[in-house]
Design a protein around this ligand. Structure first.
Ligand code: AMP
Length: 227
């Protein structure tokens, strides 16, 4: 593998970005920067950002760019100061404005994105996955389950840390539909943005989580050029 891995996970809500990006960050021992979790933490702690973001998140809409960009800037500068060897971005960027802001920031920090992992699955399976998703309440764990395909050993409890699981408000069918709508109108155009830079690698997100992870590792180890 190249020495520094700066990877973006791209794909629709419910495609498995969260599970895979978290696993990859553990495997490579690099930070997992997940804007969705950061925003949910801000909402729980009622920080100024959380107060501004709350209604957008609950309605399944994207939070305004400037709020998310500030958050990412802070995280990346913090990581740079720690002398990091890469990062996994999950759920950011989600608009062209965020992508150009990220390019500017990475330019200043002298980093570049090594790969955009584009996880794909047909729309009909995404809503089902979102509404059956359960998430660990322990934010330092955050393991994701699916009550149909990936149940915890003990109902309602995390296999790793024993904390209770919960269903995110925005995983309701109604909010999930809104999130997919936001994805199509605001996030999907980013695919071309990154394809033009020739750093996109496609991954079949319909396989089992272990198979998808295996494919991602093979892809990152492979010298083959990406599309
Ligand atoms: P996620 O956990 O990635 O599904 O994100 C949950 C919600 O957080 C999204 O539906 C948005 O409301 C908000 N959010 C997360 N990341 C972003 C982003 N990059 N830009 C705007 N809103 C975001």
């Amino acid at each position: 593998m190249e020495s520094q891995k700066n990877v973006i996970f791209f794909g629709a809500p419910g495609v498995g970005k969260g599970t895979q990006s978290k696993k990859l960050s553990e495997e490579l021992d690099i930070p997992h920067i997940d804007t969705g979790s950061l925003i949910r933490e801000a909402i729980t702690s009622e920080s100024p950002l959380g107060i501004k973001a709350k209604s957008f998140v609950e309605e399944g809409k994207l939070v305004p760019d400037e709020l998310v960009i500030d958050m990412i800037r802070e995280k990346l500068i913090f990581q740079k100061n720690k002398g990091f060897k890469g990062f996994v971005l999950d759920g950011f960027p989600r608009t062209i404005g965020q992508a150009t802001a990220l390019d500017n920031l990475l330019g200043l920090l002298k980093f570049k994105i090594t790969k955009v992992i584009n996880v794909q699955a047909p729309e009909e399976i995404l809503i089902g996955r979102l509404s059956s998703r359960r998430t660990c309440t322990n934010k330092s764990c955050g393991t994701i389950y699916n009550v149909i395909t990936q149940k915890p050993a003990k109902e309602g409890l995390c296999d790793h840390c024993g904390s209770p699981l919960y269903q995110r408000k925005d995983d309701s069918v109604e909010a999930s539909k809104q999130r997919l709508e936001e994805y199509h109108t605001k996030t999907a155009p980013l695919e071309k943005y990154y394809r033009d830079k020739k750093i996109v690698a496609d991954i079949d997100g319909t396989k089992s989580p272990d198979e998808v992870f295996q494919d991602i590792i093979e892809l990152l180890n492979s010298p083959a050029p990406v599309k």
